[in-house]
Design a protein around this ligand. Structure first.
Ligand code: VGL
Ligand code: ZN
Length: 201
């Protein structure tokens, strides 16, 4: 079984959103075209409580994109984004949702960020995604969505480390920063994640 994992295609990550990924909207038609080619389609949704500790606004005197230590982990401070129940947290309206079988939310713990769809950044809590995929007899996971250098990267890494044959769809994702993207890609290559474009499918 092959699963398509759509990461965080939410309004706040699109142009005009609170944590806009440049050209983030361009992934939507790609992802819509991909969905019918998979046995199973699963989505993740960044879903933070108000005042989440990953928000710069929760750290007086700090600005977005500064890096702090949060309970022993390096934490990039973000603009407020994907607040539970807000319009920014909704899936993009142009995203085809009818085929999505399950949605895994992440980032709910007020003190810990969660880039990956599998675990929080401290690897203390699981979302249940790995068990779900195993239960569904999935062996191959194809990852796409936003952002290439954060949530798509960490989700692909954890998919691979959880034992799934993992494919990172390079043209169905966009990055926040070129530097972090390049590091992410070389790390994924080293751990055996396949980097492919949708036309290689
Ligand atoms: C993301 C930063 C903070 C992402 C989520 O979806 O890539 N990035 N929260
Ligand atoms: Zn977030």
């Amino acid at each position: 079984m092959k699963a398509l994992l759509i990461v965080d295609v939410q309004n706040d990550f699109l142009p005009g959103g609170n944590l806009a990924v440049p050209q983030g909207d361009e992934v939507i038609p790609e992802i819509n075209a991909l969905q019918p080619r998979f046995d199973l389609v699963v989505a993740t949704q960044d879903w933070h409580p108000q005042g989440h500790q990953s928000f710069a606004s929760a750290h007086p005197g700090k600005d977005p994109f500064e890096v702090v230590d949060l309970h022993g982990l390096e934490q990039v401070l973000w603009p407020d984004h994907c607040v539970q129940g807000s319009q920014g947290a909704d899936f993009a309206s142009a995203l085809e949702k009818n085929r999505i079988a399950a949605i895994f939310r992440k980032g709910m713990h007020p003190e810990v960020d969660s880039y990956s769809g599998f675990f929080d950044n401290g690897k203390k809590y699981v979302t249940g995604l790995a068990s779900y995929l195993r239960e569904m007899k999935v062996t191959e996971v194809y990852v796409c969505g936003l952002a290439a250098d954060y949530c798509v990267y960490y989700t692909a890494k954890d998919a691979r480390n959880s034992g799934f044959e993992t494919y990172y769809l390079t043209d169905a994702t966009r990055c926040i920063s070129r530097d972090t993207y390049e590091k992410a890609i070389s790390d994924l290559q080293q751990i055996g994640v396949h980097l492919i474009t949708t036309d290689e499918l």
